[in-house]
Design a protein. Structure first.
Length: 142
C-alpha cells in the first residue's frame, strides 16, 4: 500500500490546478502605461479564475484578510490578455478571497493587448515582385 493520497496501483495521478491556471513571477507582456483612471474606463467582465495566470508569486496575508483592502483601489481586479493568455496584473488578493468563498468566476477589467498590437505581415516577397499571371480563359467561350 502506498502513501496516503497516492493513486492505486495501475492508475495515474493527475495534477489539477486548484485556483489559477498558473503562477508566474513577473509580467511577460510589454508595459501598457495605463493609469488607474484608464483602467476605470474598461468595463469589467466575468472571467473564470482557472483561466488566469498570476504575475505575482507571493501575497501579503494581512492584505488578503483586511476588510478595507479595496477601499482605496479599484473594486475589480485587472488582467492583461497577451498572446492568448490572461495575466492577472492586479487583484490577486481579491481573486483569492473570492476563491475562498467558493466562487470560480470573478469580474475583471481586461486590457486586450492582442487586439491592440498590429498583426505581423507574413514573410515572403512583396506583391509587387510577383509576376502577373495571364487571365483565365472563359470556359463558356472555348
Amino acid at each position: 500500500m502506498g502513501p496516503v493520497g497516492a493513486p492505486a496501483p495501475g492508475l495515474r495521478a493527475e495534477v489539477v490546478s486548484l485556483i489559477f491556471k498558473a503562477v508566474r513571477d513577473g509580467r511577460p507582456y510589454p508595459d501598457h502605461g495605463l493609469s488607474t483612471r484608464d483602467w476605470a474606463m474598461i468595463p469589467p467582465r466575468q472571467v473564470r479564475m482557472d483561466t488566469l495566470v498570476t504575475t505575482k508569486r507571493e501575497l501579503a496575508l494581512d492584505a488578503l484578510l483586511a476588510d478595507d483592502s479595496t477601499f482605496y483601489g479599484d473594486l475589480f481586479p485587472h488582467a492583461v490578455q497577451w498572446h492568448g493568455e490572461l495575466y492577472l496584473e492586479d487583484g490577486v488578493h481579491r481573486a483569492l478571497r473570492a476563491a475562498l468563498q467558493q466562487r470560480n468566476v470573478i469580474h475583471v477589467r481586461v486590457l486586450d493587448l492582442d487586439a491592440l498590437t498590429p498583426v505581423q505581415a507574413p514573410a515572403g516577397p512583396p506583391t509587387a515582385t510577383i509576376p502577373a499571371q495571364p487571365p483565365v480563359p472563359n470556359p463558356r467561350r472555348v
